[in-house]
Design a protein around this ligand. Sequence first.
Ligand SMILES: [Zn+2]
Length: 213
Amino acid sequence: MPFDSLNLSPAVGDDQSMVQINQQQVTELIGAAELQALDAKHGAKVAVASRGGIANECDGVVTTTPGLALLVLAADCVPIVLADPAHGVIAVAHCGWRGLTAGIVHATVTVMREQGAVNIQAITGPAICAKCYPVQIDCIDQLRDALPQSHFADVAVSTDDQWRVDVRAGVHLQLADLDVTFSSIQRCTYEDPSLFSYRRDGRTGRHGMIVVQ
Ligand SMILES: [Zn+2]
């Protein structure tokens, strides 16, 4: 079944009432008052949220509101949670290869700092690995144009005459450049049947990462 189980996205064709129940379940589970879910547009727009809802047209959302949980959804792209607990600023972001070129990581960290963050820590969630992510040459051309050469060499990998993209490596390089410390959940969505993978299944759900203070 494409939406087994706990699909958290209302935008992929699942029963809306089920998605609402799933989102309510995770909100209660973590003891949050409200939930702000992040839509994914593969751009670099970041919203500042103070109550529940859906951050339309954004790939990053930041809050300083206690009890407001932030949810990022993905199914191959890299979900990122960020926090400066001492200064009460948290965020989530969503980054695929387009997000690497658009600069969503930089944009999210910038808005967090505008909101008072100083020492930001991040966790990157499960994502498709380079081995499982062959791409067309136009993707590689865009990455070459957008990324510094030192990043490009680690993000665009050529094996057996096939280009592949390591999005997670790109996110980590960008976080490091911004002086954000990070750890990573090193699971491949394509290889792990317990995770949703758009590349593997096409019509499928979205898993998520959630943060609240
Ligand atoms: Zn893989």
